[in-house]
Each structure stands twice: as structure tokens, then as C-alpha cells.
Design a binder for this molecule. Structure first.
Ligand code: ZN
Length: 286
């Protein structure tokens, strides 16, 4: 089987990725060329790159892919995007993602179904559904937080913004920082939900944010947008703190419009449906 070009236990065929650990061919990252993703279709290209390495035979059944972190570094994308790409490939039966210390992503098939890329596209379309759902929920969540939030809640929100600002201030470490920046963004939005004092609201927001990993990646992928992102987070918090419901709604409107705009620009896809007027902020309305 093996040509010996890659590292590991060639000569022993690991049966469909279930071979003993010692037989697993750990593919040396340097020998499989993943290149920085330069197109705007970050997620789709990540899926395509991994699929191509398998179709070309550089990665074979039983092989363990380089760790998530390495893939993210090589393709210059975030780890959530790598995770999503692997998830799509796993759903198509091309790789298997095993949890645990000895886990990782393993190639399970040398055949890459053509539908893999279509699946990636479908996964992307879900994002605009989630963005629409945020329009339904999040402005009200933020207003409820303004009503019920404590000083401790507001201080926690400010601390999250401050940490994001620190990361944004060190662009040379952006690939590393990007991941933390996005984690903090999720934290910020969950903290707003927590400030409502309503556990159901927190669960709803957690579920929505969990489905947005790809979109978040795109939103944070262009460093220039980080400044805008920081500014709108600060304005959102200031409005909540001031207890000004109209201002909270406007801030949330701008915030979500930013996400939608970035999404359209970065994914090269329009939202599935346009945001109707009644979901946009009407300044002055209380
Ligand atoms: Zn945000």
C-alpha cells in the first residue's frame, strides 16, 4: 500500500480507521500541503482542500489528519472553521472525528462523494437562518438585560470588551488571537443573556450562537472589521448601562447589520431572505 512518502506504520493496513493506535499513520504536517485560504469562501475552500488531499491520495484511509490547530495555522483560518469543515466531511463519511486524548480526525474513505461541497453550501445557508433568528431575539434580550442587569453584569461585559481590545491590539499574533477573540464575542453575547436573569433566554442564545461558528469566523477574519466590531460592542454595553431602550435597539440593529453585511461580503452569498422592516430598529420607538 504505502509509498513510504509519508510517515508512520506503512505496511500495516489499518482497517477502516480502526487499527491499533500504533498502526495509525500520523501524517506529518509538512508533507501534506495545506495552503492559506485566500478566497472569501473560507469554509468551502477548507472543505475542498481537505477533500482534494484525500481524492489525490495524499491522505489515505486510516491516516490521521494534522491536528485542528495545525490545519488552522496552515490554512490561516480559525479553529471553528476547521471544526465545521471536518464535521461536513464526517457527515459525508469521508473522515471520522474521534474524541479523547488519542482522538483526532481520521480518514475513513478514499472516495470523496461529490455532494460534500454541496453539503458545505447547505451548511452555509443555515447561517442566514440563524442570523434571522438573532434579529427576532437579541434586541429584546439586550433590552431585558438593560432592565434587569446588575453592576456586576455590566462590569463583566466591560471586562470582556477590554480583553478583546487587547487581542485586537496585537495583530502580529492574530491567527492565535482570532480564536480567543471569537470566544470572547460569544461570551459577550451570553453575558448579555445572563444579565436578563432568565435561564431560558440564556439557553436560546447559547443554541443560536453555537450554530454561528462559521459566520463568526468570517466576521473576524478581516482584521479591519475588528475595530468596528469593538466599537459596536462598546456602544451596545453603554446603551444597556444607560437603560435607554431605543438606544439599545439601535445598537443591536447596527451590530446585527454588521454581521449580516460581513456575512454577505465574506461568503459571497446573499442572505436567504431580506431583513423585513419590522425587524429593523426604528429609532425613537420605545
Ligand atoms: Zn458581537
Amino acid at each position: 500500500m504505502g509509498t513510504g512518502r509519508l510517515t508512520g506504520g506503512y505496511g500495516k493496513t489499518p482497517g477502516h480507521g480502526l487499527g491499533e493506535e500504533t498502526h495509525i499513520r500520523r501524517v506529518a504536517a509538512a508533507l501534506v500541503d495545506f495552503t492559506p485560504v485566500r478566497t472569501r469562501r473560507t469554509f468551502e475552500e477548507a472543505v475542498a482542500q481537505i477533500a482534494e488531499q484525500i481524492a489525490a491520495g495524499a491522505l489515505r484511509p486510516g491516516d490521521q489528519l494534522p491536528p485542528e490547530r495545525t490545519l488552522a495555522k496552515q490554512m490561516e483560518i480559525s479553529r471553528p472553521t476547521v471544526r465545521e469543515a471536518l464535521r461536513v466531511l464526517a457527515e459525508a463519511g469521508v473522515v471520522e472525528v474521534r474524541p479523547g486524548a488519542a482522538g483526532g480526525a481520521f480518514v475513513t474513505s478514499e472516495f470523496v462523494p461529490r455532494e460534500v461541497l454541496r453539503r458545505a453550501a447547505v451548511r452555509l445557508e443555515e447561517v442566514s437562518g440563524v442570523l434571522e433568528a438573532r434579529r427576532l431575539l437579541e434586541p429584546r434580550v439586550a433590552q431585558l438585560a438593560a432592565l434587569h442587569g446588575s453592576e456586576a453584569d455590566f462590569a463583566a461585559l466591560q471586562a470582556t470588551i477590554d480583553r478583546q481590545r487587547e487581542i485586537a491590539g496585537a495583530p502580529e499574533r492574530f491567527v492565535d488571537g482570532e480564536d480567543r477573540y471569537m470566544t470572547l464575542d460569544v461570551q459577550f453575547h451570553l453575558q448579555i443573556a445572563r444579565a436578563t436573569g432568565n435561564a431560558t433566554v440564556v439557553e436560546l442564545m447559547r443554541s443560536l450562537l453555537g450554530r454561528l461558528e462559521i459566520a463568526r469566523d468570517m466576521a473576524a477574519h478581516v482584521p479591519a472589521s475588528i475595530e468596528r466590531s469593538l466599537a459596536i460592542h462598546q456602544e451596545t454595553l453603554d446603551a444597556i448601562r444607560a437603560g435607554d431602550m431605543a438606544r439599545v435597539e439601535t445598537a443591536m440593529d447596527v451590530h446585527l447589520a454588521q454581521l449580516e453585511g460581513t456575512w454577505e461580503k465574506e461568503s459571497g452569498r446573499p442572505l436567504v431572505r431580506e431583513v423585513p422592516d419590522f425587524l429593523r430598529s426604528r429609532p425613537g420607538r420605545k
